[in-house]
Design a protein around this ligand. Structure first.
Ligand code: ZN
Length: 200
């Protein structure tokens, strides 16, 4: 009975309470810091699972451009597709629509560029990246120069109409534009060959 009486009073907690009181700011700080860490880790985990930021590399975005090229293929257009990405977000898509629009300049890059200018309300795209399945032609290289786009990534080389056929030594893009070539080149080239095989 007497033993239980001790627990009924709060006296036995006093020494503990006093030491806790002394360290209270420290424990509180630690508690909130732990909560913050858990929050940050959960947020990053959630983001990586649901937004797949880890997987969003050049190949990921080139697949999106290839999807556009497939739309062109299905519409009986020369299968070239392009997308424009800014801050991990696709802001424009385009595929070759020369036949549909009866417009020889309706290349995938031009359509994507026009959409991107409209989406951002800006005449320059210094922070954006263009992914296009085929090496740009001379006209598109010129349009990309004027757009001051930050980066260009293309897939297959175009030995017939690519800009580098005309300017093998020169860099036709804006000096601040960086260039990456050959991303998923085989897939893009396969689509082109399949298209011209079907045409024959
Ligand atoms: Zn072009």
């Amino acid at each position: 009975m007497f033993g239980l009486e001790i627990f009924k009073s709060d006296n036995y907690l006093k020494p503990l309470n006093q030491s806790l009181y002394y360290f209270k700011p420290f424990y509180e700080g630690l508690f909130f810091y732990t909560l913050l860490c858990i929050w940050e880790i959960t947020k990053q985990w959630y983001h990586s699972i649901f937004f797949m930021d880890i997987l969003k590399d050049d190949a990921y975005y080139m697949r999106k451009a290839l999807e556009q090229a497939e739309l062109a293929f299905d519409a009986d257009e020369v299968p070239v597709g392009a997308i424009i990405v800014q801050h991990n977000e696709i802001i424009a898509r385009g595929y070759n629509q020369v036949e549909l629009l009866k417009d020889a300049t309706a290349h995938a890059e031009i359509i994507a560029l026009t959409t991107a200018f409209g989406a951002l309300g800006s005449k320059y795209l210094p922070e954006a990246t263009l992914y296009v399945t085929l090496e740009p032609c001379l006209m598109c290289a010129g349009a990309l120069y004027w757009s001051k786009i930050g980066r260009i990534v293309y897939g297959a080389a175009d030995e017939k109409n690519g800009y580098s056929r005309y300017f093998p030594q020169q860099y036709p893009f804006h000096p601040k534009t960086t260039l990456t070539q050959g991303v998923l080149a085989d897939e893009a080239a396969f689509l082109m060959k399949a298209f011209f095989r079907r045409k024959r």
